[in-house]
Design a protein around this ligand. Structure first.
Ligand code: NZQ
Ligand code: ZN
Length: 382
C-alpha cells in the first residue's frame, strides 16, 4: 500500500427532511448568499424548504450557475459578495452549483486574477465558509475539495483544502425530480470515479479494492431501479451515498489513480458541450481496451468480482468486462460513441490539440498516455 494522508472535515447531514437542519448549522447572525442553477430548485420545492429553514436570516440569492459552470458567471457572484459583505454561502444544486460556489468562495479575497487559482491552487490563501444542499448525486463535490470551472474552451479542475464545504445536506427526496438522463449521468459519473481509483495496478490494498467493488456493485443494482421507479426513496438514498463515497478521498487512500477518462472527457465537454457523464461513458471503455495490457490484473479482478465473469482466459475476461461496462451505460440510456452525439472524425485532431494546449500529454496512472495513445483512444470512441 502507498503512503497517504487522509483529511476530510465535511459534516454530512443525510436523510429525509434534513434541509430543516440548516438553521442549526449556520450561525444566526450570518449574512447568507444562496447560490443555485437554472431554477430546478424553484420548481421542486427545494428552494422553499431552504427559505423556510433560513427564515429570520438575512438572505440574498444568486441564480443562473449553468452546468459546467462558467468563469464569467461565477465572477458575477464574486462581485455581489464583495459589494454586500456576505459571510456565508449556501450552494443548492448539483455538482456545477457546488463547484461554482467553491470557486466563488476562494475568489472573493484572492489577490490578483482569480483565474490563476485554477493553475496555481496553492496560491489560494482563504475562502469564505460555505455549505451545500445537494440535489444531484454525481460529482462528489459535496464531500471533496475539488471544483471544475470552464472558461471559453478550457475546462479544468482545481483542488484546495480551503474549499471543503463546512457541511452538506443530502436529502435523497430532492433527487426524485431529476430527469432520467441526469439520474443516469450521475450513476455513470460515480461509477467512473470509482474506476479511476480502482482499475490501475495492484497496490496491495485489498480493503480499498473491496470498498470500490462494493460501490460499483451497488450502482449496478440500484442505478436501473431509479430509472424504473423514480420515487423509490431507498434506491435514491443508496445512489446518493454511493456517489458521495466514490469521491470523498476514502477509496483513493493508498492506491494509484488514473483520471485519464476525466481529462479527455473534459475536452469533449469544452468543445462539443456533451454532459460530463456522457463523455465518461464514451471514453472509459476505450481506455480499458487501449490500456488492457498495463491494467490487466485489475481488469481481470473487475471482471471476476464485479461482473461475475469467471470463465475463459484473462484476455476473454477483460473483453467481457469491457463489453459489460458499455452495456451497463447503454442500459441506462446513455450512448457510448461520439457519433451518437453527432461528433465526427474531425474531432480527433481538435481534441488532441485541446489536450496538448492543456498540457495533458502524459496522463494515466503511469503517465504513459501520450498524445498518440489519446488519439488511439479517441479514434476508437468515434
Ligand atoms: O441548473 P438547474 O436548474 O438546477 O438544473 C440542473 C442542471 O440542468 C439539473 N438538476 C440538478 N438537480 C436537479 C435537477 N433537475 C431536477 N431536479 C433536481 N433535483 O441537472 C442539470 C445538471 O446539473 P449539474 O450540476 O451540471 O450536474 P452534475 O452534478 O453532474 O455536475 C456536473 C459538473 O461537476 C463537475 C463536472 O465536470 C461538471 O462540471 N465535476 C466535479 C467534480 C468535483 N467537484 O469533484 C468531479 C466530477 O468528476 C466532475 O468533473
Ligand atoms: Zn466525474
Amino acid at each position: 500500500m502507498q503512503n497517504f494522508t487522509l483529511y476530510n472535515p465535511v459534516k454530512i447531514i443525510f436523510g429525509k427532511g434534513q434541509i430543516a437542519e440548516l438553521a442549526n448549522q449556520i450561525a444566526k447572525d450570518k449574512k447568507v448568499l444562496i447560490t443555485y442553477g437554472g431554477g430546478s430548485i424553484k420548481k421542486n420545492g427545494v428552494y422553499d424548504q431552504v427559505m423556510a429553514a433560513l427564515s429570520g436570516y438575512t438572505v440574498m440569492e444568486f441564480g443562473g450557475i449553468e452546468p459546467n459552470p462558467k468563469y464569467e458567471t461565477v465572477m458575477r457572484a464574486v462581485q455581489m459578495i464583495r459589494e454586500n459583505q456576505i459571510d456565508f454561502i449556501l450552494a443548492v444544486g448539483g455538482g456545477s452549483v457546488i463547484d461554482g460556489t467553491k470557486f466563488i468562495a476562494a475568489a472573493v479575497n484572492y489577490e490578483g486574477d482569480p483565474w490563476n487559482m485554477m493553475t496555481d491552487s496553492a496560491s489560494i490563501k482563504s475562502a469564505i465558509p460555505f455549505g451545500t444542499v445537494l440535489t444531484l448525486p454525481a460529482a462528489g463535490s459535496e464531500m471533496n475539495c475539488g471544483a471544475v470551472i470552464t472558461r471559453g474552451q478550457t475546462k479544468i479542475p482545481f483542488m484546495n483544502p480551503l474549499v471543503f464545504p463546512k457541511f452538506s445536506v443530502l436529502d435523497p427526496e430532492t433527487t426524485t425530480t431529476l430527469p432520467p438522463h441526469q439520474t443516469a449521468n450521475g450513476v455513470i459519473d460515480a461509477f467512473v470515479h470509482v474506476i479511476e481509483q480502482y482499475i490501475t495496478y495492484d497496490a496491495k490494498a485489498p480493503l480499498q479494492d473491496r470498498i470500490a467493488e462494493g460501490i460499483l456493485q451497488t450502482l449496478i443494482v440500484e442505478g436501473p431501479k431509479a430509472l424504473k421507479d423514480h420515487l423509490d426513496y431507498d434506491v435514491r438514498a443508496n445512489i446518493m451515498w454511493c456517489s458521495t463515497m466514490a469521491l470523498n478521498g476514502l477509496i483513493a487512500a493508498g492506491v494509484p489513480q488514473d483520471w485519464a477518462t476525466h481529462l479527455i472527457g473534459h475536452e469533449i465537454t469544452a468543445v462539443y458541450g456533451l454532459d460530463h457523464g456522457q463523455t465518461l461513458a464514451i471514453i472509459l471503455p476505450n481506455i480499458m481496451a487501449v490500456k488492457a495490457d498495463k491494467k490487466r490484473d485489475k481488469l481481470v479482478q473487475y471482471a471476476e468480482r464485479v461482473w461475475g465473469v469467471t470463465d475463459g482466459t484473462a484476455e476473454e475476461k477483460v473483453e467481457a468486462a469491457i463489453a459489460k461496462t458499455r452495456e451497463f451505460f447503454e442500459s441506462l440510456g446513455v450512448k457510448t460513441r461520439l457519433s451518437d452525439y453527432d461528433v465526427g472524425e474531425d474531432s480527433v485532431a481538435r481534441l488532441i490539440k485541446q489536450l496538448e494546449e492543456h498540457g495533458r500529454v502524459a496522463i494515466g496512472e503511469h503517465g504513459d498516455i501520450d498524445l498518440k495513445q489519446s488519439e488511439e483512444i479517441i479514434r476508437r470512441s468515434l
